[in-house]
Design a protein around this ligand. Sequence first.
Ligand SMILES: [Mg+2]
Length: 242
Amino acid sequence: MRLIQITIISVSLIIVACHSPKTPPVHERVIGQLKIGFDIDDTVLFSRDNFLLAPHISDDPYHLDYGWVNQHDSLHSVIIQPIGDLIRFLRSQGHEVYFITARPGINGAAVGRHLSRELGFSVIMDENLFFSPKRKDPKSGNKYTSKHEVISRLGLHVFYGDSDSDMIAASIAGVRGVRVVRDMRSVEEYSKNYFGDIKSDHSPGAPFSEEEYQQFLSHGVGPYGETIYPIYLPAQKPVDGE
Ligand SMILES: [Mg+2]
């Protein structure tokens, strides 16, 4: 009798051990798991050349053919290696990674395919890749970020981005914003929306000079109080006598 009981218990334990729990859906909260968001341009991808080569669809220099841009990252955009390493590290710890870009979503699946190939995991539009263009208020004429809506909906814990509007979106959503330092080649081409505009003449909307910008970097804090992710070292000041 005792042998039968032991046999039944053993078989039960084996069945329980072999049963694999159901894989949680993508957006289900898992205790201890972080949800980390990344902007794309000048945060994950160095895409300056893709933007410089893109055709324009009007005389407005900012009115680009984003259908073309989204289909040509594979030719002209490269992963910013320290951020690629950070993403691999976060995923190795079991955390979830999401991408939120202000590009319009036309042909957006191609961006997902490029990121998938370069980062080694599936990046799929509307699953872990979201297109969230700026909007324009018809009354004030102000353009404003809509990324905070996606950050809140996904329940992100941290958001990495290079632009002022990325830090504002994180702040509105109530999550930690971390500033990824913009490659100086991109600062030369696209200085707006980056510490105001460090290439512009001094004005209330562009109060920080390049020297002050270096002070921000050396202290690891940005103008919104955000943490700066130090992937580029501040320029070295010449030592006296050199
Ligand atoms: Mg960006």
